[in-house]
Design a binder for this molecule. Structure first.
Ligand SMILES: [Fe+2]
Length: 228
């Protein structure tokens, strides 16, 4: 699977959640809550992996796609705010269905633009092997991504790599503050800490995965002082 196929598969997953929501009855409150929770999770992760790996790589290699990427980032930003509001809105609320409807409209427009305009140009600009490398990086980023939306967090490198590292740890819920503090210390660390981090990266932890994501981004030419 290459990067485009991977991102399209994500779009398909989300579209199926949208359809199930649209088909749910007026009073299927529990089902609607469950579907929205799944939308929040899927879209939060999908947005982050595009922002950490896909968009920066595209911008670095294809200058003429810069404006398309900037527009996509703004669309993500709007979607993330809607997701944040939906996370805490009870399905009984008067605005719940209306908010989900606007979310669906926004995401469908964004997906259409990506699939019809951005992706074909990306496919032409990268070799099949580069697109496969990108898919590997996206898969890795997916495993380490925050599972909740963070609309106030930076969405471009290097800030989003750092913020993503913090958020993914925070979203895990367990020992959140300590773990995030350790992550920040690691990211701003001395070479001693870098060596220690290298050892941890082989342990399959979420923090180790973040280190691998940074490595993958670096291999794809996404430059950042945090990736050195
Ligand atoms: Fe997107």
């Amino acid at each position: 699977m290459d990067a485009i196929a991977l991102l399209k598969a994500d779009h398909k997953t989300v579209e199926s959640l949208f359809r199930r929501f649209e088909q749910a009855g007026q009073n299927a409150k529990k089902l609607k809550r469950k579907l929205v929770d799944q939308m929040v999770r899927e879209l939060a992760v999908h947005a982050v992996i595009e922002e950490e790996i896909f968009y920066p790589t595209v911008r670095a290699q294809v200058e003429k796609l810069n404006d398309d990427v900037l527009e996509a980032l703004e669309e993500h930003h709007v979607v993330k705010w809607l997701l944040t509001e939906l996370e805490n809105l009870p399905p009984e609320a008067e605005r719940f269905d209306a908010k989900v409807k606007v979310l669906i409209e926004n995401v469908r427009t964004h997906v259409k633009e990506e699939e019809q305009e951005l992706f074909p140009q990306v496919r032409r600009a990268f070799t099949p092997s580069e697109l496969k490398d990108m898919a590997a990086a996206l898969t890795l980023a997916k495993k380490a991504a925050p599972t909740r939306p963070h609309p106030r967090a930076p969405d471009t490198p290097p800030g989003n790599i750092v913020a993503g590292a913090m958020s993914s740890v925070l979203d895990m819920g367990k020992d959140a503050v300590d773990a995030a503090r350790r992550k920040v210390q690691e990211l701003t660390s001395s070479s001693t800490n870098k060596r220690r981090r290298g050892k941890r990266s082989g342990q399959g932890s979420k923090r180790g995965l973040r280190a691998q994501v940074k490595g993958a981004a670096q291999n794809l030419g996404v430059e950042s002082p945090y990736l050195m």
